[in-house]
Design a binder for this molecule. Sequence first.
Ligand SMILES: Cc1cc2nc3c(=O)[nH]c(=O)nc-3n(C[C@H](O)[C@H](O)[C@H](O)COP(=O)(O)OP(=O)(O)OC[C@H]3O[C@@H](n4cnc5c(N)ncnc54)[C@H](O)[C@@H]3O)c2cc1C
Length: 598
Amino acid sequence: MAIAEKVKQVLKGGEFLIKNSSPQDVFTPEDFTEEQKMFADMANEFIDKRIMPNVERVDKQEPGLTEQLLQEAADLGLLGAAIPEAYGGMGVDINTESIITEILGGAHSFSVAYSAHTGIGTLPILYFGTEAQKQKYLPGLGSGAIKAAYCLTEPGSGSDALAALTKATLTEDGEHYMIEGQKMWITNSGFADLFTVFAKIDGTLFTAFLIDATAENVRLGAEEDKMGIKGSSTRQVFFEGVKVPKENILGEIGQGHKIAFNVLNIGRYKLSVMTAGSAKRACHKSVAYANERQQFGQSISGFGAIKEKLAEQAIRIYAVESANYRTSQLLEQKKEALVAKGEDPSIAKLLAAEEYAIECAMLKVLGSEVLDYVVDETVQIYGGNGYSEEYPAARAYRDARINRIFEGTNEINRLLTVNMTLKRAMKGQLDIMAPAMAVQKELMGIPDFGGDDNNDILAADIKAVAQAKKAILMVAGAAAQKLMKQLKSEQEIVMSIANMMIEVFAAESALLRTQKMIAVKGEAACSEHIDMTQVFISDAMERILSNGKRAVCAFAKGNELKMMLLGMKRFTKYPPYNSIAARRRVAAKMIAANKNPF
Ligand SMILES: Cc1cc2nc3c(=O)[nH]c(=O)nc-3n(C[C@H](O)[C@H](O)[C@H](O)COP(=O)(O)OP(=O)(O)OC[C@H]3O[C@@H](n4cnc5c(N)ncnc54)[C@H](O)[C@@H]3O)c2cc1C
């Protein structure tokens, strides 16, 4: 059947594990509309002309500069892109928002100020505000008149955010709450006008409050002396008996966790999108520097060791970019379906992010770790100059590291990936048990020694991805059966399963994108994308194998262990593949074009 004739199948959250998607179901950068490209050009021009020339001044926290640049971004519509038109924004769809977000992600410290304002600063009000609160704050948040910060973390509660000690006590007149507590690591706090603050009413009911930064008894700590993102304002915020009118409660009393966690789902997805933007810029610089730098009488880009690094940067970015836009489309489709049923568009977006919370958590890990890989190799390609603040690699390296820590650490997100999947399975929302049993049965049967049954250039990759899902189902199913409730505390096993899930999601996303592209442009025009996909998948199979082996060796014994190890090998098989030649071809194109392939 021709691709265009296939019925569109929208996967539910986590269903990628048990169902295959069609290439026509994914959204890819090759599908950007003219309007979306215009947004991308505008955002790129803003970064190139306004942020990059000022990047050192921003990092020195020159008074008023970040605020001014945020204002300039607001004037271009970039702060209000996702705010509905009814509140003065542009109300763009999620795919367009992702395109803008990705580009803004390449703006070093400014990216963090931007994302904290438009993400955790604005979204709680958009999703959970009363109509009056939305009318009061959203137009200003979009126009830049109000700058926002989000106060969840405390010295004693980071990952365990619900252990917060900040207290809210109803005043005698019954009209106000007194807020007492200390928040830590608050992005944008040095200049924010508005804080969303989480506190416990009577020490128990976790609740969000909107607090004016100029309110009496709000005190700021000194700027933190950070490893990177030095231009991003990060301070402690002290609430020393701050009187807040009760109409400033955001959402429902005792339901603050819903705000905190739901906003995090979108935040995680957006973080991955932003890290892809950063990684693309670092990759671009790597190619340009490698071409320019001469050693042993030639450009270092002529050396195989450097070609391998350049190609691998591009390959990993290709995978994460494909996974990002695949997810943005899932979010958009879910949102649209809910709106069609009469749901408010903002709530629909929130519910869509909840539906794909597993994908959002996986992307957070994938995006931040791809970026760390890319900037690390950028430093290496720059050699000694990579270690010098006179060159851009050092800043990119330092600034990248935070992404594995905030929006839930990568450990927490790996744990969430698996725990949410198992929870959905228990609730009957995700049928992984039946496919897991089928895999166990298949294991007992005679292996399929047949080759790939068609001439598709990606036939081995299609098969590998489908088989790798079986490997995950085998390991996760057996671990869940064997360890039951204890699995949660066997974190090393859970992390290995999460790694396998992330690899498969990324591999399948790259595969679907390339298949879709081939259907439009033909194989010859897609040779670089085919190479990138195949290198990623062949390596992913090895990574899945090692993670799976580690996990099964921890909980299985004797014949069962032997059987599962054989299964792991069988389900991660990839034909002999010359990845060195493929990486050389990818690098050759980058070197000739003197740019990254994106
Ligand atoms: C620059 C910066 C900006 C920030 N901006 C904001 C902001 O604007 N607003 C805000 O509210 N917060 C903000 N944060 C806080 C950030 O979200 C927290 O730092 C993060 O959630 C981790 O919490 P923690 O620092 O207390 O680390 P901890 O929770 O103490 O974690 C320490 C280590 O233990 C691991 N760990 C913790 N619990 C578990 C577990 N159950 N299982 C396995 N491993 C575990 C973690 O993964 C980590 O490796 C920011 C932080 C930084 C550094």
